[in-house]
Design a protein around this ligand. Sequence first.
Ligand code: GLU
Length: 513
Amino acid sequence: MDSSGSAVVTRFAPSPTGYLHVGGARTALYSWLFARKQGGRFLLRIEDTDQKRNTEEAAAAIFEGLRWLDLGWDAEPVYQSQRLDIYNEYFRKLIDAGRAYECFVTPAELEAYRAQAREQKRDFIYKREWARITDAQRQKFIDEGRQPVLRLAMPEQAITVDDRVFGQVTTAAEQLEDFVIRKSDGFPTYHMAVVIDDALMGVTHVIRGQEHLGNTPKHIALQDALGLSRPTYAHLPILLNPDGSKISKRQDNPEMWSKGFPPVRVGDYQRRGYLPEALVNFLALLGWNPGDGRELMTRDELIAAFGPDRIVQSNARFNLEKLDWMNQQYIQGSPPDVLVRRLREFLAGTDYAAARADDAQLAALAPLYRQRARTLAEFAETSGFFFADAVELDPKAVEKVLLADDGAGLAELKRVRDLIASADPFEAVPMEEAFKAHCESLGLKLGKVAQPIRVAISGGTVSPPIFDTLVAIGREKSLARIDAAIEKATHWNDAPAAKDASLPQNAPGDVGP
Ligand code: GLU
């Protein structure tokens, strides 16, 4: 219930572009949060009157994005393209009431008027006189094949939008022109369809992007002309890139992402390994705040705290470091089974080595990575060695860790191999104790021993804690990797082909032992 006592109805009304835009996701989220907070309903409408083909498919991609973010809707989506009869009924009402009229002025003629206005350095305002014609002229236009548009006859008075975010915004009568409500192809314009549909769907609160604030006086004029009630409006601040530029299609590619521009499509956040919970939390704070400095908020906390009064007017800038931080917090905070489920969803259909892991393997790794991976993609990228059949040794790591100082690391690796072979039980804590005792007796730092093992096991110098890593890989596989690394490193400088540990042991042409 809102303050007037009627049940709240909000809606998200995307055009079917074929993907859920990140700005659209924020609009949907705010509408969803408000409906949930008020115990109301959240509806979907596909604004497809411009769309010629593939609406279904394009809308499906939007639904998929909303589902991934877990923003459920409360009734079957409405498609504007299926509602032409309804709009026609309202055109008729406006014509009968003398509030709408046909206009035969062509786009080319309008452009000429516009050019004239530019030359005289004045604003272009459409004049009703241009459409005043005699019956004979009308017939002539029709005979010529001109298709008229339908325009709303605007009242000659200022219109004030009472916006929940931007306050009272008044447009002077001189700035209001008779705008098109039916295009020459017979389809309603966005303004007409949005007003009829919001009214018929019972929408009480319209939450949408600031780019539509300037359209709202038109919508109010139409509501007044049709005797429809006026919803409460809340326009959301514009979303900007970190550098202050507008988010645009230009940045819809990995090259722009590598330069710090955020992806446009919600699906690309998914593919880059963000958790939907983290993206929801992040988007909620792009233009709104709870007023008490909280940043990490669960969905229930967001619902409880949300309200249009704390939506800010100033443009909201994307901060990808913050999103990464938030995502890491969510990765750390996810219960293991949720994290495994998220990893499964993320890895499905990818060619990461981790995609071959079963749930048990992922569950074993999740605790090792939750402290270090900012995204599921980082998890997948850096955990490949767990699942690889053969480790590829990074030559730099081999030279630095195993071969430097006359092969000190390699000698150490040979020495500790037995410690790993005989570890009983094969568990991280006792193994670490045994290694510490070994190091103490030799006066070595643990790192001097751990790093050579790490290179042998992972191929490089970065991995989760080494004893956890050994346990996750298992004794046999660990020993096999250590043996292979000892072999490779021992013959490192013999022949170039020997450097590639991923090659079969007996390459063609080798003479076997
Ligand atoms: N189809 C419009 C858009 O995608 C929706 C505008 C509205 O919410 O009224 O921007």
